[in-house]
Design a protein around this ligand. Sequence first.
Ligand code: FES
Length: 65
Amino acid sequence: MIVCVCNAIRESQVREAARTGARSPAQAYARCGKKAKCGSCLPFARAIIDEERAAIAANPPAAAA
Ligand code: FES
């Protein structure tokens, strides 16, 4: 699924960015070499990041435990 139409950023890219430390849509998009443009995607991107970070917090990787 496309999260950001302006930049053609996919949900999988946002989730991967969150799993590797991105805490905001701006950070996630930067990892894709992009910046937000119209901003209409930001609430959805933020929700995805929050969901991914919550999943990590609930079940941390073995190395971090
Ligand atoms: S849809 Fe993401 S900046 Fe426009």
